[in-house]
Design a protein around this ligand. Structure first.
Ligand code: DX5
Ligand code: ZN
Length: 221
């Protein structure tokens, strides 16, 4: 299965965001991870619709939008219109995950469901056959540059096993603490989409992305 690097612009310099996205693209990333926070579901604020709208015309890269907001169903259409290609929401934040998935589908976007470190995989089981992707958080959502929680890879292993048994190609994404070392552990567990913020945007962006892309491409059969 194709392995995808999705650099998280949370760690970018927003003063030169357009240039930094161009570097991400030059490094070979297929996706761009966009973290949206509401200060309620997580104790931080990040960016929202106007930023997504402004960067959309500058790049054809896949916009992997990670909503860390309460009752995301209220804004799915807006994010779809702003230019999201994939929309991922948190199971803990939605009073009706099924309707939220239906709304993402109605907008014609790729649907993802995410779970915080403390949330067991069982919580998303009822929706697994409805989504294209599961985002397994490997840090507490809200902030970049935290330490990778490797116990979360048990969730990835279980999800990959289910996906294989059912003969589907579920996208399994990890987010938080991914760098050139931890990505190998995540690959081993069966992850195929890797979010990386600080490991990409600290230093030479193009080179950092190229290195992660190259590791992700190793032994990929
Ligand atoms: C955390 C965000 C992540 C974050 C990852 O809530 O969802 O996408 O930017 O940052 P790093 O890669 O620095 O852990
Ligand atoms: Zn994220």
């Amino acid at each position: 299965m194709e392995r995808i690097i999705s650099p998280s612009i949370l760690a970018a310099d927003f003063g030169i965001l357009g240039e930094q996205i161009a570097s991400v693209r030059k490094g070979g990333a297929a996706w761009l991870h966009i973290d949206v926070m509401d200060g309620e579901f997580v104790p931080n604020l990040s960016l929202g619709l106007p930023v997504i709208k402004s960067i959309r015309p500058r790049s054809d890269i896949f916009f992997d939008v990670h909503l860390m907001i309460n009752e995301p169903i209220r804004y799915i259409r807006d994010f779809a219109m702003a230019g999201a290609d994939g929309i991922t929401f948190h199971v803990e934040a939605a009073s009706n995950p099924q309707s939220t998935i239906d709304e993402i589908r109605r907008c014609g976007k790729m649907a993802g469901i995410s779970l915080k470190p403390g949330t067991p995989v069982d919580e998303i089981m009822p929706y697994l056959d409805q989504v294209d992707m599961v985002l397994v958080m490997t840090v507490e959502p809200g902030f970049g540059a935290q330490t990778f929680m490797r116990d979360m890879l048990d969730k990835v292993r279980r999800l990959r096993r289910i996906s294989d048994e059912e003969g589907r190609n579920l996208f399994i994404e990890v987010d938080g603490g991914i760098n050139r070392n931890t990505i190998r552990e995540a690959i081993e567990a069966g992850t195929n989409v890797f979010v990386a913020g600080s490991a990409v945007f600290n230093g030479d962006i193009e080179k950092n992305v190229a290195e992660l892309v190259s590791i992700a491409g190793e032994n990929n059969g």
